[in-house]
Design a binder for this molecule. Structure first.
Ligand code: HEM
Ligand SMILES: CC(C)=CCC/C(C)=C/CC/C(C)=C/COP(=O)(O)OP(=O)(O)O
Length: 319
């Protein structure tokens, strides 16, 4: 722990020499985003065929949370100057000058490294290799390479957030099969509408610091059309676990209804060309719903699998 930044590395206002609060370290792990990351990982673990000792299951989820947290810390260490220039992120511990940049880097590296050792030793090296891929994907490929370079940053970078349920699944089974790949694909297709809905209403923030997000580069109308396209493409992927027999009708029905709702909420966003007059209400609604969508979809998968294990619902599309 440091004596907080005598020198701020971000160019923000002078700060007092107070010890960095543990809450700032915690905040750097993006705990709110983490809730859904941990939840999808847990669902992958619970939906996988086979069983895992509860202590090992908890350890696997802890390792995923540490890896996701560690890479989020490294993301903010790398982007401290950019974050200082955006209203949404200026109050984060680094841009606000409440923490030294080197401390954040060390904390991020420690969390990431410890997560890999924990996963490898307690669970297995395939799960650890996937966790390493997820960490590198988020902290290096997305943050350092794609994000500042291309408006496709989050389409390609979406892969980083798609790993947790795959890792949770592999922690139980030790192998990569069609179902965990589909869980990966669901989050991959979900990310563009999730993020671009938000990017539409914070677009000037990103433009101010020169990050080439889709609305700034291709324009609002194109971003809106692409949001709609990804919600359409997401629907068959979300239903696919049912179609291939990896989940039953309960999951299939929830996936269908949720996907129709997602599309219904994306429609006004996709078809609009002007947005100021209602303070971006449809975009904000779509962003919030995207989070509920993933929570409910993954919860439905677990309920479906638990009921199937007790013979209460059938296994696949004809079950
Ligand atoms: C490249 C992919 C992604 C990008 C660029 C992205 C971006 C964002 C941004 C900018 C926010 C606004 C909140 C903040 O300021 O921190 C946000 C919120 C959120 N994201 Fe994502 N996200 C991505 C993927 C994911 C994934 C994979 C998950 C979980 C599975 C997720 C879960 C959430 C949640 C739960 C929130 C709401 C947090 C809150 O209540 O403040 N995101 N996302
Ligand atoms: C196990 C593991 C490593 C999981 C990865 C976790 C994860 C949710 C990755 C998705 C990336 C994410 C939240 C990006 C936020 O965008 P940003 O960082 O560009 O947002 P900002 O503009 O708010 O900084």
């Amino acid at each position: 722990m440091n004596t907080s930044a005598q020198i701020t590395t971000t160019g923000s206002a002078a700060v007092s020499a107070m010890p960095t609060d543990w809450r700032d370290f915690f905040a750097l792990t993006k705990p709110r985003v983490m809730t859904l990351v941990v939840f999808t990982a847990l669902c992958g673990l619970l939906a996988a065929p086979g069983s895992i000792h509860p202590v090992l299951g908890f350890t696997a989820i802890l390792a995923i949370a540490m890896g996701a947290g560690g890479s989020a810390v490294l993301n903010q260490w790398w982007e401290a100057d950019l974050d200082a220039g955006m209203k949404r992120t200026a109050a984060r511990p680094l841009p606000a000058g409440r923490m030294e940049r080197g401390d954040a880097r060390d904390f991020g590296l420690f969390l990431s490294g410890a997560s890999l050792v924990l996963m490898g030793v307690a669970i297995g090296w395939l799960a650890a290799a996937l966790l390493l891929a997820a960490i590198v994907y988020y902290a290096v490929i997305y943050t350092m390479w794609l994000k500042p370079r291309t408006p496709q940053n989050i389409v390609i970078g979406g892969g980083s957030g798609a790993f947790p349920p795959l890792i949770g699944w592999v922690a139980v089974t030790g192998e990569i099969t069609a179902m965990p790949i589909l869980l990966f694909a669901i989050i991959f297709m979900w990310t563009p509408p999730h993020f671009w809905a938000l990017a539409l209403f914070v677009k000037t923030d990103y433009a101010n610091v020169g990050i080439p997000m889709m609305p700034n580069v291709r324009g609002e109308a194109s971003t809106r059309r692409q949001i709609l396209a990804y919600t359409v493409l997401l629907a068959p992927v979300a239903v696919a676990p049912w179609l291939i027999g990896g989940a039953g009708w309960l999951y299939g029905s929830v996936a269908l209804v949720l996907s129709m709702l997602f599309f219904a909420l994306a429609l006004p966003v996709g078809l609009r060309t002007r947005s100021e007059e209602d303070a971006m209400r449809p975009e904000k609604t779509l962003f919030k719903f995207s989070i509920a969508y993933l929570f409910i979809l993954f919860a439905a998968l677990v309920v479906d699998r638990v009921l199937a294990a007790h013979g209460i619902v059938g296994a696949g599309v004809f079950g």
